[in-house]
Design a protein around this ligand. Structure first.
Ligand code: CTP
Ligand code: CA
Length: 225
């Protein structure tokens, strides 16, 4: 019966999806991280695989079970995620960057566990922008979709990010809304392209994944005027 539900509309596509939050070590037992659960990225991977795509899921640590029929590449740090993404980029026809990438890493990593004593100042340096590198290296016909989590002026920041990053679309997450976003099974987003802003109301991340893929595939079709 499953067969009836799964249009094979992503057959022939190789979808690379990044998921989860990358971690930057401070010492052997501590890291700088973020609140990403990986649920949105995993939902997208599951949806894409069920619709016939070959899926490469590049994932930072999560508490989730990997979806079926995905090629799972586990990573921890931003640099590992970057290397994994660029290493397999040639295979991808669609890249969806759902991961919450650490923007900074500690300049120094303590070899031994830091001991508690007085105030501590940690010097940070920016990480590489993986999405920007993907856009620079993109090959003909590749679609690049970014995510943006914003806490204020979401639409303004989302539009700015879309232009600045040169992605085909940005999935805009207003994480200031209660009950959706981080760690939730539900989400509400705006799918932003240069021409359009499509609002998706609150729904399960799995449902939303199918709606997002619908819009991504629409980018393959000639634009209506
Ligand atoms: N991203 C990335 N590499 C980074 C940071 C972000 O590839 N070092 C990607 C994310 O996976 C996401 C998109 O860029 O798809 C937007 O992430 P976001 O954190 O919203 O953008 P930033 O440029 O880091 O801006 P901000 O200062 O708002 O964090
Ligand atoms: Ca960021």
């Amino acid at each position: 019966l499953d067969i009836l539900n799964h249009r094979n509309d992503l057959a022939g596509e190789t979808v690379m999806i990044t998921a989860g939050g990358t971690r930057e070590a401070l010492d052997p037992v501590r890291f700088l991280g973020n609140r990403s659960s990986g649920k949105m990225g995993y939902a997208l991977a599951d949806a894409a695989a069920k619709r016939g795509a070959k899926v490469i899921l590049i994932t930072a640590p999560t508490a989730l079970r990997a979806p079926a029929n995905c090629d799972v590449v586990p990573v921890v740090t931003t640099e590992e995620m970057r290397d994994a993404v660029l290493g397999r980029l040639a295979e991808a026809t669609i890249v969806i960057k759902a991961a919450a990438v650490a923007d900074y890493r500690p300049v120094m990593q303590a070899e031994q566990k830091l001991k508690r004593s007085g105030p501590l100042t940690i010097e940070l340096q920016p990480t590489e922008d993986i999405l920007a590198e993907v856009v620079r290296c993109r090959h003909e016909g590749m679609l690049v979709i970014g995510f943006a989590a914003e806490t204020e002026n979401a639409l303004v920041h989302g539009r700015d990010k879309l232009l600045r990053k040169g992605a085909d679309a940005i999935v805009l997450n207003d994480v200031s809304r209660p009950g959706v976003g981080f760690d939730s099974d539900r989400n509400a987003v705006t799918f932003l392209t240069q021409q359009t802003a499509i609002d998706f109301p609150e729904m399960s991340k799995r449902e939303l994944a199918d709606r997002i893929l619908e819009e991504v595939m629409a980018l393959r079709r000639p634009q209506k005027v």
